[in-house]
Design a protein around this ligand. Sequence first.
Ligand SMILES: [Zn+2]
Length: 212
Amino acid sequence: MRNGENEKMRNWLCRVCAQPNFSFSHFLIFSISSFFLIFLISILFSCDKATDTISRRYPCRFIFDGQQHPTSLVFAAVKSPGTYVYVTTTGDGRTTARHVYVTLNDGKTPREDNVIRTDRENYSAFQLGASNDIGLFIGCTNFNGPVAYDRACPNCVSLTALDFAGNRQQVHCSKCNRTYDLETSAIITGGEGEPLMRYAVTYNGTILTVGN
Ligand SMILES: [Zn+2]
């Protein structure tokens, strides 16, 4: 009876892995399967990581209403691949008038000055990442849609503003001498370090929101 049960077990193992009995081969198959399982799980986790590239080093919250500022360069930039602006802001909208300044990457268009007048827009405090004076880059990449980055250099300890450089799809830090690519956020020249600090962008055709 016992021999019969052992025989059954062997036959079952035979069907599972085509080996005559539970041996080193079974162990090998088990190990390889486990390895692939761990590999698949690690891929799943790394996918989570890839979507989580939003910088949280500084709080960021910027909302801009296209109905109030229909001709603003911000909206032109967010819709046109290869076009970028940087945005700075002054005033709190209560004791002093709030302004949103926009500078285009063509190097010649005068800086745009938007006065924020409505309570709806003044309701939420603007926090443009590291500094309202340094501000944010906002624009549209050629291959990955709208993007926003902190304008502060991610590799300089003291806050340093980056400026458009090269073909103006790049930005440069005059302090550490690194140049970054606005298409990918990566460093192009100047040595290793952190990429640009990226923020989430949503644009529904009217309201533009940047944040983290
Ligand atoms: Zn720098």
